[in-house]
Design a protein around this ligand. Sequence first.
Ligand SMILES: [Zn+2]
Length: 151
Amino acid sequence: MVNLDDKLTELRNEENRILGAIDERNRKRKIQCGACDDFHEIGNLKAIQTHWYTPPTGCTEGDYWNDGELQYVCPETGIINRLLFDNNDVPWKERKDFDNNPEEQFKRNYKKLFEEVTDNYDRTIPGKWVNNYYVDRNREKFGLVERRKRT
Ligand SMILES: [Zn+2]
């Protein structure tokens, strides 16, 4: 007779093994650089998580910090790539849904895979930078929600 607790432990171990293998695969995925045009493996890049501030409103709402865009530093040139997403194909009301937000999905699945992630609470970008839409333009490659057909 099968012990259900043992079976569940076994399944969870298997799940963790598969999740680890997926991270390993994703870590090797490459982003074309907006600074040097080469393809860089995500696992070899240093990322910067930006933050922006919401001041307090009225007497009930406190201030807080929001996660902004994710950036990475080109290892060849030191130029910062802003990983930007054009989510205009998704109606405003639906953007908060996880499935309809490719940027949130990318951060959730890939941010932990960069070589390191530092936080920036400053409003300025420290150094030269470029806009990079590679991930957004290749959503399928990164397993992100697909772009909607415009009607
Ligand atoms: Zn580069």
